[in-house]
Each structure stands twice: as structure tokens, then as C-alpha cells.
Ligand binder design. Structure first.
Ligand SMILES: [Zn+2]
Length: 222
């Protein structure tokens, strides 16, 4: 099984699914180049300065729903990371296999990012912060499963349409952990823009560190 090629095909499917046909055609070109035995990572070339996907964005016009947009962008980035990892390994003379990806790719993140008011110090997590944190392990697991089972396109389809039975459970778990950490949660699906304590709009992104033994986070100072 060729991980690079499977990931490229899944990226093409993702672009077709959201109606970005020009980008899908560019990926089709990458697939053709790669199949002609060009192992130098044609995807990276198209995403780099001067490449045809250099200014690529997945915006509101492509995926109007904010939640699906987040999952689509995170899935796309994970597939790109797989291509980069596979190509870099190949250039260094070793082959990336499923076990390597399972062990090294997108494990649960120790850091969660949320908004913090610069004026009064109040922290607050949004529904989008929650999904962004959860998306990494969920996406990685489904992509690696899809590669292993030969149905990566189906898994990517489920990810970008949020057809994810595990998501509700994981969201509830994370909400509990935030509550244990005394972090209030709001259901806005974007980054925090206005402090709900003092109404200041001076909000910065700040980090929460996952506690290694207790079911909570430790807020960091920046
Ligand atoms: Zn405030």
C-alpha cells in the first residue's frame, strides 16, 4: 500500500467534495507526476511559494458551516502532514508504515488553546476551541484506520461531513475536564472575541496544559 498516493487521492476527493474543482485538478496533476515515478513530493511543490496551491484557502465560500469548515481544514492539514512525512522518510531511505503513523502521528495534544482577556485575565473556551483540540486525535485515528483498511476516502468523507459517532462523547469528556479546571465554556463556534467578564475586546490566545494524572488542565501564563 502506498501511503503517499492514498493521501493524495483523499485530498483530491476532499476538494471535489467541497466543489474546489481547480484545486482537485492540481492534485490530479500531482498524482500523475507521482505515478510517473517522481518521488520528490509534488504536493509540497504546489503548496510552496510559486506553486499553484500556494494561496490556497478553504473559506466560508467553500464550506459555509463553521463547524464543517474547521473539520475540513484540519483533515486537509493532516493529509498534507502525512504526505510530507512519507516523502521526507522516503528521501532519507526508509519507508513510513502504518505502525509508525499510529505511534507518531497526531496523538492527543498536551496543549489546548483558548481565549484569555488581557484586561481582567478571565479565560473562556468556545465550542470551536473544543473541536479544534479534539479533531487532531480523531482525525489521525480515522486516517490511519482508513489507510490500513483501504477505505481512506470513506473515512475522509465522514470527517468532513462530521459523521462521527464518537464526537459527542469526546466533547462531553472534554467539557467535564474544562469544568474541573474552572474554565467557563460558551457555545460560540469561533475564537473568543469579547470577554464575558469585563466586555473587553482585548483577547489573546493562551495555553492550557493537560495534567498528567488528574482530569483537568493547568492554565499557563501565556
Ligand atoms: Zn475581561
Amino acid at each position: 500500500m502506498d501511503i503517499y498516493l492514498s493521501a493524495l487521492r483523499a485530498i483530491k476527493m476532499l476538494f471535489s467534495d467541497i466543489g474546489k474543482n481547480e484545486a482537485a485538478a492540481v492534485i490530479g496533476g500531482c498524482i500523475a507526476e507521482y505515478e510517473k515515478n517522481d518521488r520528490s513530493n509534488p504536493l509540497k511543490r504546489e503548496l510552496s511559494h510559486g506553486g499553484r496551491l500556494y494561496e490556497l484557502t478553504i473559506g466560508k465560500e467553500d464550506v459555509p458551516e463553521a463547524d464543517k469548515r474547521l473539520w475540513t481544514i484540519e483533515t486537509f492539514q493532516a493529509l498534507v502532514a502525512i504526505c510530507a512525512q512519507t516523502a521526507e522518510s522516503a528521501a532519507n531511505g526508509f519507508e513510513t508504515d502504518i505502525q509508525f503513523l499510529r505511534n507518531n502521528f497526531g496523538r492527543i495534544n498536551d496543549i489546548m488553546m483558548i481565549g484569555r482577556c488581557r484586561r481582567c485575565g478571565r479565560r473562556e473556551a468556545t465550542a470551536a476551541d473544543i473541536d479544534k483540540y479534539l479533531s487532531k486525535p480523531i482525525i489521525s485515528k480515522r486516517i490511519v484506520d482508513g489507510l490500513e483498511n483501504g477505505d481512506l476516502d470513506d473515512e475522509v468523507g465522514r470527517l468532513i461531513h462530521m459523521d462521527l459517532p464518537e464526537l459527542d462523547r469526546e466533547r462531553r469528556r472534554l467539557r467535564r475536564k474544562l469544568t474541573n479546571s474552572e474554565i467557563p465554556i460558551n457555545d460560540g463556534y469561533g475564537i473568543l472575541a469579547v470577554c464575558n467578564g469585563c466586555a473587553s475586546e482585548d483577547i489573546e490566545q493562551s495555553r492550557l496544559l493537560r495534567h498528567t494524572t488528574e482530569n483537568r488542565f493547568v492554565p499557563l501564563n501565556n
